[in-house]
Design a protein around this ligand. Structure first.
Ligand SMILES: *Cc1c(COP(=O)(O)O)cnc(C)c1O
Length: 397
């Protein structure tokens, strides 16, 4: 059976046809002038999407996880102390990576479903008068729980404490889908991958680095080679690359940025919010709780939904995939089996979202979950029809 349904996982996301074509290139010599038509506009475009004028964009072959490693290994030394919160699978894995690199991690445990505990971070930073903490880690959008955290607030807390630590932000499931302000928030390393908001196949780690991070790389002693900022920063200005670049994906990224900017960054964020609100209306109609506990931290790119007692979220995900050929996100880590997730980022329309909601209803009904089929769809329809966001956009085109 050949199934071409959209996926409703929070990455990799659905790839628009034009971007698939942009990635499909004949071989070019990356040391020729042809590559100079690709790399410079990509780097400039990534800086615009990250909202940095003072920082630099660096793109490695890899994925978001590679971006995490680049952030740590380029700026820190063995034994350095970092501050992080464990409040979801992705923040937890980044902590694990820190430890495997010989860093000392001060971990703040927070409930899975809550946002990054900015108040606790503020108190810890204020108490760290000797400035032992070298870096603060923040997961902007915890994809496991569907929680967006307040990175601007985290920056304000660091400033209020007068703390000089570096700020690393995992924006893998927020950048290019939700507002991200690298310069305003004083982010020293911002990280994403190609397969989420940029709507491309996996294969690139997209990183923004501040002047402060660039200065830190001169003294950092963690070993790195493939992910060394220094080689990239030395060669990129002349469109050079320290090894063979993933040319097709970089060309795809050039096209993705053009697509995002043709829609307008703010319009992209508004569309994500609008689609997400419709999904949330559906979940409310089902009467199922959100994993995210505070409405102000609801994510516009992924919704994690708590299953009724006795229902295994993973069984739901497996059934929807097998019976309807539609993928939803499974629960991860501490919420494995307890939640399922609807990814709604990247190239997504109201129509696609409605299909995802409708199919989730069928799968839940099949499993005997007591929701009324059609209830979520009706709630989302009502929301989409009465909210003018996309209608205005279409009219303007
Ligand atoms: C997907 C994701 C990652 C992991 O990225 P990979 O590209 O799979 O390496 C890290 N953090 C967050 C928040 C993510 O959503």
């Amino acid at each position: 059976m050949s199934i071409q349904n959209p996926v409703f996982i929070p990455g990799p996301t659905n790839i628009p046809e034009s971007l698939r074509k942009a990635c499909d290139m004949p071989t070019i010599d990356h040391r020729s002038s042809l590559f100079a038509e690709i790399l410079p506009p990509v780097l400039a475009g990534v800086k615009r999407v990250l909202k940095t004028e003072t920082g630099e964009a660096i793109i490695f072959p890899g994925s978001g996880t590679g971006g995490w490693e680049a952030a740590l290994s380029n700026t820190l030394s063995p034994g350095d102390k970092v501050l992080a919160a464990d409040f979801g699978m992705f923040s937890r894995k980044w902590i694990d990576m820190c430890r495997r690199h010989g860093l000392e991690v001060q971990v703040v445990e927070a409930p899975w479903g809550a946002a990054l505990p900015v108040g606790e971070f503020a108190a810890i930073l204020a108490a760290d008068t000797e400035h032992q903490i070298r870096a603060v880690l923040g997961t902007h959008n915890e994809t496991a729980t569907g929680v967006r955290s307040d990175i601007g607030g985290l920056r304000a807390a660091m400033d209020a404490a007068g703390h000089p630590a570096l700020l690393f932000v995992d924006g893998v499931s927020s950048i290019a889908s939700m507002d991200f302000r690298m310069d305003d928030w004083g982010v020293d390393v911002a990280i994403t991958g190609s397969q989420k908001g940029f709507m491309l196949p996996a294969g690139l780690a997209v990183v923004g680095v501040s002047r402060k991070a660039i200065a830190a790389m001169e003294t950092a002693r963690l070993p790195r080679f493939y992910f060394d900022f220094r080689d990239m920063l030395a060669m990129n200005p002349a469109s050079g690359y320290p090894y063979t670049p993933v040319v097709g994906l970089l060309n795809g990224l050039k096209a993705a940025i053009a697509m995002i900017e043709a829609e307008g960054l703010d319009a992209v964020f508004a569309r994500h919010h609008h689609i997400a609100e419709g999904v949330r209306e559906a979940v409310r109609a089902w009467g199922l709780p959100f994993c995210a506990t505070a409405p102000e931290s609801y994510s516009d790119t992924v919704t994690a939904i708590v299953m009724p007692e006795g229902i295994d979220g993973n069984a739901f995900v497996a059934h929807a995939e097998k019976r309807y050929g539609v993928s939803y996100g499974a629960g991860l880590g501490a919420v494995a089996g307890k939640v399922f997730r609807i990814g709604h980022l990247g190239q997504l329309t109201e129509t696609q979202a409605l299909a995802g909601i409708a199919t989730a209803e069928m799968a839940m009904a099949d499993l005997g979950i007591g929701i009324a089929p059609g209830s979520g769809v009706a709630a989302a329809q009502l929301f989409y029809r009465s909210s003018p966001v996309l209608a205005q956009r279409v009219a303007a085109e």
